[in-house]
Ligand binder design. Structure first.
Ligand SMILES: *Cc1c(COP(=O)(O)O)cnc(C)c1O
Length: 357
C-alpha cells in the first residue's frame, strides 16, 4: 500500500516510474540477473523473448509439452511451429534425450529449431546441465520459462538465469503477484533494452512518433510495480511458507504408500510453489477420486497440467516423447498450497485423503 500510495501521490500513474525501476532492481538483486524488464505478464515476456531471438513465421521452436499453455501460445502468435517434447521422471520437466532426438530429427527434416523453451514446473528446476550442454552443442538459444520457479535454484544459481533469456510471472496465482505481471531477464543488456523498447510500442528516439518496428503495449504499470516492491519484501517468507506446507503434506501423508511426492533433485532448491502428489498406478483410489472427494468439502485441488500434445489446439504439432507426461497427467494432483493455508485446513485435507485409503 505504501508503494502504491507513493505512485498516486507523485502522479506516476503510467507504465513507467520509480516503482518500475526499483522493482526491476530488486528482482535483479534477488535473482542475480544483471538486467531485468518488468512487463505486463509472463506471456508477454515469452512473446518478446521469441521476437528478440528472431523467431519468424514457419520457424520451429522446441517447448516442454508438460506445461501451462502460456509457454507455447506465443510461438503460435508469431506464426511459428511449436515442437513439443516429453518429460522425464526425476524432475517432471523436459527430457534431455527427447530434446536431443527432436533437434536431430527436425534438422534431418530440413529445419534447425530457432529456440528452446525450457519450463521449470511447480518450482522444480529442469535438468540444467543437460539443457545447457545440448543447447550449446547445437547452438540453439534457451528461453527459460521460470514463471513457477521464482526463488528456485540449481547449484545456488537462480532459475531463469541459465538460458539466454529468462521469463517470470507475477500473475495472481504465482508465488508473488502484482495481480498480473511478468518480467524478462538476461545476462545480455541489449536483450533487456530491446524488450523495454518493444514493450513500449517500439518508439524510436525522435521528437515525433517514429516507428521502424512493430511494437507492443507490454510494459508494467508503475502502480502494479508498487505491489511488486511490497511482494519482494515477503518473497523469502513465501518460499519458506510453501516449503513448510510441502513438508507438512509429506509428513501427514507419509503412511499412504500409494502416494508419492517430487523429491528435490540433487543440487536444486525448490520454492515448492505447489505441492503435487502422484498416485500409484495400482492404487484403488485414483487422483480423480481424491479430487472429487475434496471438492465435496469445498477444497479445490487440480489435476496436473494437461500436456500440450494432448490439447486439441496443439495436437497437430510435432511431438517427441514416450508417454511420461501423459502418465503424470493421469496420476498427478496439485494440493492446496497457498501461503495463507491454515494448518488446521491442511490437517483436514490430509485427514480426508487418509480416510479414502
Ligand atoms: C503462469 C505461467 C505462465 C504465464 O504467465 P502470465 O503472467 O500468467 O502470463 C507461463 N508459463 C507457466 C509455466 C506459467 O505457470
Amino acid at each position: 500500500m505504501k508503494y502504491v500510495q507513493q505512485a498516486m501521490d507523485t502522479n506516476w500513474v503510467a507504465p513507467l516510474g520509480p516503482n518500475v525501476d526499483e522493482f526491476e532492481n530488486e528482482l535483479s538483486r534477488f535473482t542475480g540477473s544483471p538486467n531485468v524488464a518488468a512487463l505486463s505478464s509472463g506471456t508477454a515476456a515469452i512473446h518478446l523473448a521469441l521476437i528478440i531471438l528472431r523467431v519468424k513465421r514457419e520457424d520451429e521452436v522446441i517447448c516442454s509439452s508438460f506445461t501451462f499453455s502460456a509457454s507455447a501460445n506465443p510461438i503460435v502468435y508469431e506464426g511459428a511451429v511449436p515442437v513439443f517434447i516429453d518429460s522425464e521422471t526425476q524432475t517432471w520437466n523436459f527430457s534431455p534425450p527427447h530434446l536431443e532426438e527432436a533437434i536431430k530429427d527436425r534438422m534431418k527434416k530440413g529445419k534447425k529449431p530457432k529456440a528452446i523453451i525450457a519450463v521449470h514446473l511447480y518450482g522444480q528446476c529442469a535438468k540444467i546441465n543437460e539443457m545447457t550442454e545440448i543447447a550449446n552443442r547445437f547452438e540453439i538459444p534457451v528461453i527459460e520459462d521460470a514463471a513457477e520457479s521464482l526463488g528456485s535454484t540449481y547449484q545456488k544459481k537462480h532459475s531463469g538465469t541459465f538460458g539466454k533469456i529468462g521469463c517470470l510471472s507475477f500473475n495472481g496465482n504465482k508465488i508473488i503477484t502484482t495481480s498480473g505481471g511478468g518480467a524478462l531477464m538476461s545476462e545480455e543488456k541489449w536483450i533487456v533494452e530491446k524488450a523495454k523498447f518493444l514493450s513500449t510500442q517500439a518508439r524510436e528516439n525522435a521528437p515525433h512518433y517514429e516507428h521502424k518496428e512493430i511494437g507492443f503495449n507490454y510494459r508494467m504499470s508503475n502502480i502494479l510495480a508498487g505491489i511488486g516492491r511490497g511482494q519482494m519484501e515477503v518473497l523469502p517468507l513465501r518460499i519458506q511458507q510453501r516449503r513448510k506446507i510441502y513438508q507438512n503434506y509429506v509428513e501427514q501423508l507419509s503412511a499412504i504408500s500409494e502416494i508419492s511426492f517430487l523429491p528435490e533433485m540433487e543440487g536444486t532448491f525448490s520454492n515448492r510453489w505447489l505441492t503435487c502428489i502422484l498416485i500409484d498406478k495400482n492404487s484403488k483410489v485414483s487422483r480423480e477420486d481424491i479430487r472429487v472427494e475434496l471438492e465435496k468439502e469445498n477444497v479445490d485441488a487440480r489435476p496436473f497440467w494437461k500436456p500440450m500434445h494432448l490439447q486439441p489446439v496443439f495436437k497437430d504439432y510435432p511431438y517427441y516423447g514416450s508417454g511420461v507426461s501423459d502418465d503424470l497427467f493421469e496420476r498427478g494432483l496439485c494440493l492446496p498450497s497457498g501461503s495463507n493455508l491454515e494448518e488446521s485446513d491442511q490437517a483436514m485435507i490430509c485427514e480426508l485423503i487418509r480416510k479414502m485409503f
